[in-house]
Design a protein around this ligand. Structure first.
Ligand code: NAI
Length: 681
């Protein structure tokens, strides 16, 4: 079989057609780059008046080949190809559709004219994988559409639609029809060839623009460097000619490709794709799901209903009684309206979603659903009764799911006929916002049921991770290890604001104590009481959090928790009373308190995450380390640019993590089981 040419040239009269055909997204792989170089020569040799550059398939060039990024660059390099197109004697017209991203946008900016179908999306998403553009994107874009808009595109990965780009001066024409036909029409009476984008001046910005933008970006990016690197690159466009700025951009691009941040972000990029295909469902077809029931319309149930409605499903929500059903209806309607007012949902989609939604107190209304998910009180007897009632009305193959946080699904489903259809669907709060979904399999769950759950997750735009059964599943089990070590640190010398500051500095959106105040201390308190009977008596148990709860310091909602709050203000304020309580605890337990540096605190808290994550994989609860990383990033705010705890451990060295974990274990003897991963390191 002969390999298909990824770039072809066809001469028709005095017009040349250059077409890229490199499925699935026409990425700028080495073969495409070489093909484009040959194409520029071919159209010149044919003496064409103009060349129309377009792509086969669903999209124009939508980026680079990310798998090439971990390796040394292969000739020809994209910046040279782009320059060759810009300097070609035969002017190029880009005729675009779909997504014009990264290298695709850089190629488009080298063309003399740009035409796109309405709705085409443009962007420079390199920042998302820790990079700056590598083929002049940061130098040409400010010359094409100005500095302010370029900063949004390059530093924040903002996508521009065709009309917006046109209004900014970046497109010559937006067409509702076929962009290739529009380009051919345009070519009939070509205007004078404009100056190449690289030779255009950059419109000046306010003198403090870069300083204020840098401060804002730094605050928002929480330790991620690539937004700031992109800002630097755009600043070069304002300070020096293209010929000086472009090599600087390229050098930075190549240096960043070899850096830890880009490695981490690329790991996440690939992990997000592989996590959706666990070995357990390999080759298994999902069943169709069109209509679901949600039982319990409180905080979680309303969010789950909202996510399902946004995903195009029909939802029957079952509550305890008519009043509770009406309240749940209002809650979901409120979420839908919120989505419209924030511009996340169109008015006609909103009307259609409402029409697909009913709230009821009668289980009979749930007959005929394909799947039912329960989000009632966290109480075994209540949940068992819910499934007994559901099983009586739905058909024998309808999938039954529990959203329990800590209860054992095997007990929840005990006695339900056809247990192969039962599983856990553990959403995170708020369920219509948080990306993570833990799909919990029981020993009985059939592969087709799991495959259906993964397909459903995709429809709800969730990152789904397969979990086995253990206390807290993957995420909450790791969270409880993290909180336990944080409490040991408090007992031994740290204070809550020091722990929180250390974890923020590491890149977490919040420290563990601010987060507890935000979500409330009572659920974890109830959980600790539940675990008390089975807790290993050798394990160190710090009672500081329990004491706070007993004092009714339950977090923001009670006006005080680990911090104190002023009325109507969510800012955590340092509370000397809490410091005193902690210091008294240490004294009562004859602990001589010592200082911990921010680095020690972060090292220890991350080490226990790595240790627990490794154990979870070693026990077969999660399939891969990457799954653990996805749980932490999408459910708990672990910084994406650090790649998740397991990737981070390989980056800094498992031996270093192992040393820290040994210190952690010595600090609290009898309290930690060291994973094989760290034991051997
Ligand atoms: P919630 O108290 O806000 O809502 C529970 C709802 O269930 C209430 O509206 C109640 O009227 C309804 N309900 C109770 N018994 C019922 C029955 N027999 N039939 C129909 N409806 C009934 O509780 P929340 O926070 O929504 O939690 C629900 C479940 O989700 C729990 O199992 C919890 O562990 C789990 N979960 C909670 C998370 C959270 O952050 N709150 C996160 C992940 C899971």
């Amino acid at each position: 079989m002969t390999e298909r040419e990824p770039v072809t040239v066809r001469i028709e009269g005095d017009l040349a057609w250059v077409r890229i055909d490199n499925p699935p997204v026409n990425a700028t792989s080495a073969a495409v780059r070489a093909g484009l170089e040959r194409a520029v020569d071919a159209v010149a040799a044919a003496g064409a008046r103009a060349a129309i550059l377009s792509c086969a398939g669903k999209t124009f060039v939508a980026g680079g080949d990310i798998s090439e990024f971990g390796k040394p660059p292969i000739l020809p390099h994209l910046p040279d190809v782009v320059t060759k197109i810009e300097q070609s004697d035969v002017p190029f017209i880009a005729a675009m559709h779909g997504n014009v991203l990264g290298g695709g946008f850089e190629i488009a900016m080298a063309c003399a004219w740009r035409i796109a179908r309405a709705g085409t999306k443009f962007g420079l998403p390199e920042v998302n994988i820790g990079l700056v553009p590598g083929a002049g994107g940061s130098q040409r874009l400010p010359r094409l559409i100005g500095v302010e808009a370029s900063v949004e595109v390059a530093c924040q990965a903002k996508m521009l639609d065709a009309q917006t780009l046109h209004d900014l001066g970046g497109l010559d024409m937006v067409t509702d029809g076929d962009p290739e036909l529009a380009a051919a029409e345009f070519a009939k009476t070509l205007p004078d060839r404009p100056a190449p984008v690289s030779a255009r001046p950059v419109a000046p910005v306010a003198s403090d623009f870069f300083d204020t933008t840098r401060a804002a970006l730094r605050k928002k990016s929480k330790g991620q460097q690539s937004p700031l690197h992109n800002l630097d690159a755009i600043a070069w466009a304002t300070q020096m000619p293209f010929d000086a700025g472009q090599p600087k951009e390229r050098a930075l691009h190549l240096a960043l490709r070899d850096g830890a941040e880009s490695r981490a972000l690329r790991h996440v990029f690939f992990a997000e794709r592989t996590v959706a295909r666990p070995g357990a469902i390999d080759g298994i077809a999902p069943r169709d799901v069109a209509r679901i029931a949600v039982v319990g319309g409180g905080l979680m149930g309303a969010g789950i209903a909202m996510a399902a409605l946004s995903g195009g499903l029909s939802v029957t929500l079952v509550e305890r009684d008519a009043d509770a059903a009406a309240a749940a209806h209002d809650r979901v309607a409120g979420l839908l309206e919120g989505a419209v007012s924030r511009g996340k949902m169109r008015a006609d989609d909103h009307a259609a979603a409402l029409a697909r939604f009913t709230a009821t107190a009668d289980y009979a209304d749930a007959a005929g659903v394909d799947l039912a998910v329960e989000a009632v009180f966290e109480d075994l007897a209540v949940k068992q009764e819910v499934f007994r009632q559901l099983a009586a009305v739905v058909n024998g193959t309808a999938i039954l799911a529990t959203n329990t946080s800590y209860l054992d699904p095997r007990e929840i489903f005990a006695g339900i006929a056809n247990p192969g259809r039962c599983l856990g669907l553990h959403f995170f709060s708020p369920a219509h916002v948080m990306k993570l979904l833990e799909i919990v399999k029981t020993p009985d769950t059939e592969a087709a049921v799991l495959a259906t759950a993964f397909a459903l997750a995709k429809r709800l735009r969730k990152v789904a991770v397969l979990s086995g059964i253990c206390d807290g599943f993957i995420g909450n089990r790791m969270l409880s290890a993290y909180r336990r070590e944080a409490d040991y640190l408090l007992a031994d010398g740290a204070l809550p604001h020091e722990v929180d500051a250390a974890m923020r500095a590491f890149g977490m959106p919040m420290g563990p104590y601010e987060l507890q105040d935000l979500t409330g201390l009572q659920i974890a308190w109830a959980n600790r009481k539940r675990q008390a009977a089975t807790r290993d008596p050798a394990e160190r148990y710090v009672t500081i959090a329990d004491q706070l709860c007993e004092m009714d310091r339950l977090g923001q909602r009670s006006g005080r928790g680990w911090y104190r709050y002023e009325a109507g203000d969510r800012t955590p304020r340092h509370d000397a009373e809490v410091d005193a309580l902690i210091e008294r605890y240490s004294a009562d337990n004859r602990i001589s308190r010592r200082a911990f540096t921010a680095e020690e605190i972060a090292d220890r808290l991350v080490a226990v995450l790595v240790n627990e994550g490794a154990r979870i994989v070693e026990e077969g609860i999660a399939e891969r380390h990457a799954d653990v990383d996805m749980v932490q990033i999408h459910g708990y705010g672990f910084p994406r640019w650090r790649g998740g705890p397991m990737h981070y451990a390989t980056e800094i060295g498992t031996d270093r993590v192992a040393r820290t974990m040994r210190d952690v274990a010595e600090q609290s003897p009898g309290s930690w089981t060291i994973s094989d991963l760290l034991h051997g390191a």
